[in-house]
Design a binder for this molecule. Sequence first.
Ligand code: NAD
Length: 436
Amino acid sequence: MKITIVGTGYVGLVTGTCFAESGNQVTCVDVDEEKVNKLRNGIITIYEPGLEKLFQRNLRDKRLHFTTSLADGIDDSEVVFLALPTPPGANGEADLSYVLQVAEQLGKLLKKYTVVVAKSTVPVGTCAKVKETIARQTSVEFDVVSNPEFLREGVAVEDFMKPDRVVIGTDSERARKIMYELYAPFVRQGNPILFMDIPSAELTKYAANAFLAMKISFMNEIAILCEKLGANVDMVRRGIGSDTRIGKRFLFPGIGYGGSCFPKDVQALVQSARGVGYDFKILQAVMEVNERQKTYLIPSILKYFNGDIRGKRFALWGLAFKPNTDDIREAPSLYMIRELLAHGATIRAFDPEAIQNVRKQLGDQIEYANDQYHCLENADGLIIATEWNEFRLPDFERMRALLRQKVIFDGRNLFELEKMQDEGFHYISIGRKPVL
Ligand code: NAD
C-alpha cells in the first residue's frame, strides 16, 4: 500500500518505519525542514531502541521517504495518517489546530478516494471535525478513521510491531477493509484488531492513559501512607500485584509520571468531561497527586541539610521522563532541577540519552556529566530521577570515593534497603523507611 504519515515525531517516525518494514511504500511529511533533511540523509532524529536498524534498512530499500511537501507526500496515497501534535491548549483541552490545519490542506489536495486516519490522541468529536473540514474543500470521496496509538516510548518499535490490540473506529466498510489489511501483519499472533464506532475509539485512548496515570498516582499515595505508617511499599506492591485483578505492572511508586502523553491526556479528558457538564473527580485527584509527587523528595533533601542547600552541589542521575528515551517533555527531573536551583543548589546531571535535549532547554543553568561517575565528583549527595538500567548495579565503592557526603535520594527506588545499609549510605527512597 502507499501510505503517508503527516507529522514525523515519535509516533510518526515509528509508525512510518514499521509500516515500511511490512512492505508498504511510506512517505513521511513534516514541516520541520531540518528534521526532514536529517532523515533523508539517514540521520535518525529520536532515540528509540531498535528503530535505527529498521529505519536504515527501509531507507536503503526505498520504502521510506521524507518530504516537507504535503502535496508531494500524499500524491497517490491510499491512507494518510495524521500523527500531529495535540498539545494542551489554554485550559488544558487538546489543541486541535495542527490536526485541523492539515485537514484543511488535505481537503484541497485529495485526488482520489483516501482514508484519513487520526493517529494523534484527539478528543471525542475530532474525527467528525476533520471530516467536515475536508468535506468543505472537496467533492472527492474519503473516510476519516480513528486509530489511536498505544505505543510506549522506549519500547515503541516492539509495541508497534506486536501491539496488545489495535483500535480502529470507523463507520465505513471500505475503510475498515483497508485498515484491516494494513494491520493484519502486526497481529498474526492473535491479538485483536478491535473495530468500533469513532467516538468509542477516540475515548479509548484517553481512558487508557487516564487509567494508567491513576494507577501511578494511587501507588504514590499508598507509598506516602507506607512511610507514615511504617510499612514498606515494595511489600505492599507485591502483595497487591499478585492479585490478577490488579496485576503486577505499573505499580511502582516514584516521583510522578511525566512525558508528552499522561499529563496532557489526563488534563484533556478532565476538560472534555467539563465540556459536557461532568466533573471527573478521580482525575482531578490524579493530577494533584502527581503535581506534588514531582518534587516529593525536596523536603527530605532540605531536612537532611538542615533546611539550607545554598551552595550544595548535587549529582543528578536521569533526566529523561523515563528510561530508554531521550524525551524530556514534562520530565519530573526538570521540576526537581527548578526547585533545587531556586534553593541555591548547583547540579551536575547525567543521562545516557537526554542530555542534548536538556541542554537545549536549560543551557548552562546546570552542568552535564560525561558519565554517571563523573557526575558524582565532589557532590554533596546523589539524586536519582530516572530508572535507567545502568544505574541499578553501580560500583558503590567508587561512588563512596567520589561523593563528598554518602547520601542518596532515590526517586525511583532502585536499590534494596539492606544493600544500602551494608554499603554505608544514607538512603532515602519512596514509601520505604530511610536508611540512616
Ligand atoms: P512529536 O511532537 O514528537 O511529533 C509531531 C511532529 O509533527 C513534529 O515533528 C512536528 O514538526 C510535526 N508537525 C507539526 N505541524 C505539522 C504540519 N502542519 N505538517 C506536518 N508536520 C507537522 O509528537 P508525538 O509524540 O509523535 O505525538 C503525536 C501525537 O501522538 C500526539 O497527539 C500524541 O498525544 C500522540 N501519541 C504520542 C505517543 C508518544 O509516546 N509520544 C504515544 C501515543 C500517542
